[in-house]
Design a protein around this ligand. Sequence first.
Ligand code: TEU
Ligand code: CA
Length: 558
Amino acid sequence: MEKKWWKESVVYQIYPRSFIDSNGDGIGDIKGITSKLDYLKELGIDVIWLSPVYKSPNDDNGYDISDYQNIMDEFGTMEDMDELLEEMHARGMKLMMDLVVNHSSDEHEWFVESRKSKDSPYRDYYIWRPGKDDKEPNNWTSFFSGSAWQYDEATDEYFLHLFSKKQPDLNWENPTLRKEIYDMMTWWLDKGVDGFRMDVINLISKADGLPSAPGGKKYDWGGEFFMNGPRVHEYLQEMNREVLSKYDMITVGECPGASTEDAAKYANQEDTELNMIFTFEHMDLDSGPGGKWDVKPWKLADLKEVMTKWQKDLEGKGWNSLYLNNHDQPRMVSRLGNDKEYRVESAKMLATFLHMMQGTPYIYQGEELGMTNVRFESIEEYNDIEIQNMYREKVIEGNEDHNKVMEAIYVKGRDNARTPIQWNDSENAGFTTGTPWLKVNPNYKEINAKKALEDKDSIFFYYQQLIKLRKEYDIIVYGTYDLILEEDEKIYAYTRTFGEEKLLVMCNFTKEEAEFELPEGIHFESIQLLINNYHVQSSVDISSITLKPYESRVYLLK
Ligand code: TEU
Ligand code: CA
């Protein structure tokens, strides 16, 4: 397998609004990020993925961009951005920008012009259609509830928005629009940024004729007509030829609804499209047939099946990204671990589980501290447009039970991941001297970076150790993955193989003890314990081990 720096890297995601506020206005900013680079250097990460910092009216916290080549006032200036980049490069870190080009803001100049008249040169930059029998052009529902179409009086037509109505979808069929996007990307790359995380990039090609979804609801899920659509690979190959191939950079495409077959194309080894994609299959394990808010318990057997499928199906064909949370997902320790009795142990176990797989690991800000989900008492305390729209549709318009919906928000809401980073135990967790835009999680006195840095056994230093190991052992990056103990109901165990060497990874996913029995056929002469989340003696007989609650161990077998 070809060696690449982006396979050997660890990426850290920053959601700037919640990271750290440098000027007391309650909103995280770029200067704040620059002030914490040494913290990130100590953690050991190689790349920062920065969620959008461009000009935006913040209907979806920066994922609605009104100017791709300017910085949001609240976050700072282009000079701040240049300084951040410079300070990062001085520390040997790379910067991956968020590229949001499935849609723009409705306040982007292109859209402002586009909506004025049917003859505008910008008309075709967006997806406009006349209504059908005084109704929307089709029945698609948006990711954020309600119709995916918005009527616009000026020209008596509707425009498509797969997300909020302030996020009109761009029309990738228009070659001039595509060229504008490539030029903008080139401008950032020439400035020195090192890569792009591409927001919902597999939604950019819509099916011909925009057919209605087959379901019977008024507004229904039309994913099959816009996820991995007919021309998406053509567009990405063009983008690769025009832009990506000219730089030594890192790319990851966010691809909801992509199968491993799709992924093998997007992340193909000839590098004609992207380096890797984000799959959602493991994020959907606690969703019932009603979708994200139809919460059901996840099962270890399903996690094994999904993770193993992605590991094996991309083996030799593509490259995985590895993540358990981000700014759209609940905190991993609350979702898959145990944020009460075994918060520290289970956070370390999950980190081990993920970082020892094949792929590029992504750490979401606060994950290295074991930050948890939050429960705000009232719906007004939530900021996220997805939560607000869903609550309105279900409770206010739909008469669903308030408490039931709040419970779903507690488990799945995106604001779980967006509460400010807990830096210390002072007021507002040291995030701001003002009033934070979103409340701080009340557990900040117990969980914060200051405390973590004072404790050698903290989750922070465990991540540091995991990252160091990755730099030391090729097998962690390049070894092939195999699931073992497939039927075990408590333990997720797997091996990695690289030449004559093997890694043996064992993770107890329960709060009970679990008996690990080494399967037959794994031969070795020497064993070495590489990392563990309890203090155990390093040379024990590994043919049978009693794992403590949420215990994980990694052995190197030679
Ligand atoms: O997310 C797109 C996406 O498919 C999901 O993450 C979705 O927002 C979430 O599952 C809803 O439950 C990307 C961004 O990561 C997200 O923050 C944006 O809101 C969205 O695109 C629109 O730009
Ligand atoms: Ca600020």
